[in-house]
Design a binder for this molecule. Structure first.
Ligand SMILES: [Zn+2]
Length: 118
């Protein structure tokens, strides 16, 4: 039995999302606000905690709260971001992570929404 998996039981839900229309913006599941304008510039709502480019293995957006959690946790990210890593940052079932693939696009981005922010 792997002890670390017992300590960090993931409660952050992760869902894969595939968008056939590559220009359509991902909408926040909490407030419905599109996260990009029509030029695909990121327009984060208050629920968006981070956006992570899975291929480049780097963040393209971090909320202030997320930055603080990342700094405090000393979690190093050298690979894909997933629900388990988000759980290590103290997030649980109030977070929904959407692993987004767009049609005609090789990259995958993870959008993490924090429903605990009201
Ligand atoms: Zn929102």
């Amino acid at each position: 039995m792997n002890l670390s998996s017992a300590l960090f039981t993931s409660r952050v839900s992760c869902a894969s999302v595939y968008q056939t229309a590559s220009v359509a913006a991902l909408c926040c599941p909490a407030c419905g606000f599109p996260q990009e304008d029509n030029r695909q510039v990121l327009q984060p709502c208050k629920h968006l905690a981070c956006v992570y480019d899975q291929e480049a293995a780097q963040f393209t957006f971090k909320s202030d709260d997320f930055k603080q959690r990342l700094a405090a946790s000393k979690t190093s990210l050298s690979d894909e971001l997933d629900g388990r890593t988000l759980s290590k940052l103290g997030y649980s079932d109030e977070m929904l992570a959407l692993d987004l693939t767009r049609a005609g696009c090789w990259s995958r981005e993870l959008f993490a929404f924090d429903f605990g922010i009201s």
